[in-house]
Write a protein that binds this ligand. Structure first.
Ligand SMILES: *Cc1c(COP(=O)(O)O)cnc(C)c1O
Length: 226
């Protein structure tokens, strides 16, 4: 068994246990294996261990690696997207997880229409309102939700966040709770379900699952350091 195989098995166990603690079904949650900076041969090891969903944060890396790997794999773009890359990435990924402004949402919508696509997207929320971070503040998303829902090519499926890094997982809990609470509020405000919550990384995915994550994005704990 390779390290990656063993790591994946351990993470799936820990995910199952976190779900059990929270009274949740394991089927409600999915592991996004974050393969950024890792070459296709390394990703293939995770595929051999049964992983099919991968997250990349750069368009260029998806373009390079996807053709080298089985076509049945599913890819999420988890990093910020620039408007000049939208046309390239849309046909390649199942979901764009980090839509962080109305402007980029409009660009995605327009180009999706040109390409005849209906991309799934998540709205990135800047939960700690850090000036250095991407994403909508809670105030902005309340103001702009109606406008976002008018972009009729987008399947807006939920929210994602990257809380400030803190080595103590318990310290992330309040941000995960904030994201879930905001989701509940936006569902009422917009009158549409937002079932997906993408939150939790290598060091804090268990806390995120306890707080309702449906996607956890785990890199280092699977593939080792970058
Ligand atoms: C790199 C990255 C991750 C994974 O981080 P790890 O700490 O390696 O698990 C998750 N989400 C995003 C947006 C990332 O860029």
């Amino acid at each position: 068994m390779s390290d990656i195989d063993a790591n994946l098995e351990r993470i799936r166990d820990r995910m199952n246990q976190a779900c059990a603690r929270a009274g949740r079904q394991t089927e409600e949650v999915e592991l996004v294996a974050v393969s950024k900076t890792k070459p296709a041969e390394v990703i293939q090891e995770a595929v051999d261990a049964g992983q099919v969903l991968f997250g990349e944060n750069r368009v260029q890396e998806v373009m390079q690696k996807k053709p080298l790997l089985p076509s049945r794999l599913r890819w999420h773009l988890i990093g910020p997207l620039q408007s000049n890359k939208v046309r390239k990435i849309l046909p390649l990924v199942e979901m764009i997880e980090a839509v962080d402004s109305l402007d980029i949402a409009r660009d995605i919508n327009r180009i999706a229409a040109e390409l005849g696509l209906h991309p799934k997207v998540l709205l990135e929320i800047n939960v700690a309102t850090e000036s250095s971070k991407h994403g909508f503040s809670a105030t902005m998303i309340r103001q702009q939700l109606e406008e976002l829902y008018r972009l009729d090519r987008l399947y807006i499926q939920g929210l994602m966040c990257i809380p400030p890094f803190d080595p103590t997982p318990e310290h992330s809990r309040r941000y995960f709770q904030q994201l879930r609470t905001l989701r509940d509020e936006l569902e009422k405000l917009g009158g549409a379900p937002l079932p997906v919550l993408s939150m939790g990384m290598s060091h804090d995915f268990e806390v995120a699952l306890e707080e309702g994550a449906t996607l956890v994005r785990v890199g280092t704990a699977i593939f080792g350091g970058r």
